[in-house]
Write a protein that binds this ligand. Sequence first.
Ligand code: BTN
Length: 323
Amino acid sequence: MDPRTLLGLLSADATQSGSALAARLGITRAAVWKQIEALRADGAPIEAVASRGYRLAWPIEWLDLRRIEAGLEPAERKRFGAIDLRWQVDSTSSELLRRAPRDGADLQVCCAEMQSAGRGRRGRSWRSPLGGNLYLSLLKRFDHGMGALAGLSLAVGTAVVAALADCGIDGVGLKWPNDVLAGGRKLAGILIELGGEFLGPCHAVIGIGINLRLSEHDAAAIDQPATDLATVAATPPARNALAARLLARLLAALDRFAAAGFAAFRDDYARLDLLAGHEIEVRDAGGILRGIADGVDERGALRVRDGGGVRSFDSAEVSVRAR
Ligand code: BTN
């Protein structure tokens, strides 16, 4: 039986007994229990209420292609083509990277309810439990080589913040290169992976994970302070509406980036830059540098000022130093 059938019967408003669920599904109570345990192991927020049954810890709006498409303009829908909505996949980004050589479409989207091997930056994993968050990847093709893509991840960060603002979420900023933070905690992450030719046709797979609802268990397992939209906003946005705004903002940003590069985003980024003016520590292959964050250059590299002048970093780990 498809686990979605059982999930579809559960609600956050009413508790359903195991025997009522079994009767509705035509299976035994033991089979219901087994499925509930399997769904919980995937991260589904199912609570057991002593001697009364099961309910969802919070209402879940499942991803729905029609609702996502309803949030897009007809011209945007046309450009995205078929949006690939999955129940489960190892990683939405891995899926698009695998598909890139055989599907030449300019834009491709994959979105999933859960990821079994979600990936973060620098080889980290990205916890991707069922039914809580948004896991979305978008492939975009470019004509003029990977060198022209400097700063793309920062431009994408501004698009994510704009999509959140469209959904009524304010007070969100960016920590270079592209962590999306609210209240000093990580709300969303961006992973950009490039493929194709260094000097010719190439593609970027842009993977975005936004925390909508993190259980205490999941939040505790993340190796940095994390937050979710349910904490940041009185009412978290509907997932399908957020996915649609994210796609629309990404499309606009990618068009602008293809036409003018990161230079077109430098002012937007500066407005969202949470590091600027702070004492930071930058680690890269060359060692550790302590200095004051001084914005980014026209290619999106981080500028750090210290006694010796200003140095720029294309890639590094950055932490803010406690005062
Ligand atoms: C980060 O480390 O901050 C980046 C996290 C990116 C997570 C997203 S979720 C959708 C896409 N699929 C993945 O496996 N990773 C990205």
